[in-house]
Design a protein around this ligand. Structure first.
Ligand code: NAP
Ligand code: 8YV
Length: 321
């Protein structure tokens, strides 16, 4: 018997597997995307029964939504990043928030490694070269090697450390920047993003999104990385100044970029799509069958635990006492 009873609001987009599982367990209300504000105004009674939200990074939970749910107690976010959620509004109302740390580290690290290989070794360009029938005309150009190169990790957290360890096993020289130096790590610390970029061939961005990291990778960082440099972003589009990135690539001030995340997902500017030296992914960092199953389980376990006992398994640190 749940300690708290009421319905669950599903904020789109949710994968059908997650949405169906929530629906099997609870009374569910689905928030529509286009007419959200009208829906909030017209469904006051049903919304007054909502005790929990299930959402992902692409589904904003802002102050207006929190205010429209007088009994809201918990938000279970299907993802480790929670820059989609207004934490101040949650704190004010005593709403708690869970996320899905650890279970996705390997999948996201694989994606970062894939993007590094694809850009450094120009693998996607080489694929296009073969498909275009150009192989018979001559060899594909030589490329720099990833193994043995210098890689900077911007954000040596759970995922950043996993990426660093994979790269170290490939003989890469790894260094990092986070706001705090990580004790006991074998990797060299840089005091700023620019200092990190200046000392490496490849920069991997894996910090949280939100105002504190907005455009942390700006023109000076990109210029420090330089014409031979590769930028890989598996964090959030907001962390990289996308206009500065396109300019740097167009002007040859940066070598290449591998992007799993973009500024205005799912919209990708033509200026980026047209660049040969850019590899673009549709935010699939954690999108393996195994990892998504683990993320769904953790999201649902957090929700059930809060409803049963008032406790979360993996609360976000900003709101946990
Ligand atoms: P984490 O363990 O909290 O690590 C975040 C790291 O970033 C920490 O080392 C933190 O260290 C550093 N950091 C935070 N703010 C910073 C700042 N202003 N300047 C420099 N460094 C900063 O998080 P995680 O589990 O590794 O996840 C990281 C992020 O990856 C998520 O928040 C999410 O946005 C993104 N992500 C993307 C995908 C995808 O599909 N592409 C999947 C999962 C996660 P300090 O606190 O010492 O600064
Ligand atoms: C997912 C993510 O794309 O965990 C995150 O922060 O960005 C990714 O794992 C997303 O949350 C899917 O629901």
């Amino acid at each position: 018997m749940d300690l708290v009873t009421g319905s669950i609001l599903c904020v789109p987009p949710l994968s059908p597997l997650l949405r169906d599982e929530v629906g099997r367990r609870y009374d569910v209300l689905d928030l529509p995307v286009p007419d959200r504000d009208a829906f909030l105004a017209e469904n006051v009674e049903a919304l007054s029964e909502v005790v929990g939200i299930v959402c992902t990074n692409a589904g904003p939970v802002d102050a207006a939504l929190v205010a429209a749910l007088p009994r809201l107690g918990v938000i279970a976010n299907h993802g480790v990043g929670y820059d989609n959620i207004d934490l101040d509004a949650c704190r004010e109302r005593g709403v708690v928030v869970s996320n899905t740390p650890d279970v996705l580290d390997a999948a996201v690290a694989e994606t970062a490694l894939g993007l590094l290989l694809a850009t450094r070794r120009r693998l996607v360009e080489a694929d296009r070269f073969v498909r275009a029938g150009r192989w018979a005309d001559g060899e594909f150009p030589l490329t720099p090697q990833l193994s043995g190169s210098r890689v900077g990790i911007l954000g040596l957290g759970r995922i950043g450390r996993t990426i660093a360890d994979l790269l170290a096993a490939m003989g890469c020289v790894v260094s990092y920047h986070s706001r705090h130096e990580v004790p006991g790590t074998p990797y060299a610390y840089a005091r700023s993003a620019t200092e990190l970029a200046a000392g490496v061939d490849n920069l991997v961005v894996v910090v949280p999104g939100g105002p504190a990291t907005e455009a942390l990778v700006d023109r000076p960082v990109l210029d420090a990385l330089g014409p031979g440099g590769v930028l890989v972003n598996v964090a959030r589009g907001s962390v990289v100044d996308q206009t500065a990135l396109v300019e740097a690539l167009e002007q040859g001030r940066l070598g290449a970029a591998g992007l799993d995340v973009l500024a205005d997902e799912p919209h990708v500017p033509a200026s980026l799509r047209e660049l040969e030296q850019v590899v673009l992914l549709p935010h699939v960092g954690s999108a393996t069958e195994e990892t998504r199953a683990a993320m769904r389980r953790l999201t649902l376990d957090n929700l059930a635990s809060w409803l049963d006992s008032g406790r979360l398994l993996t609360p976000v640190p900003e709101l946990s006492s």
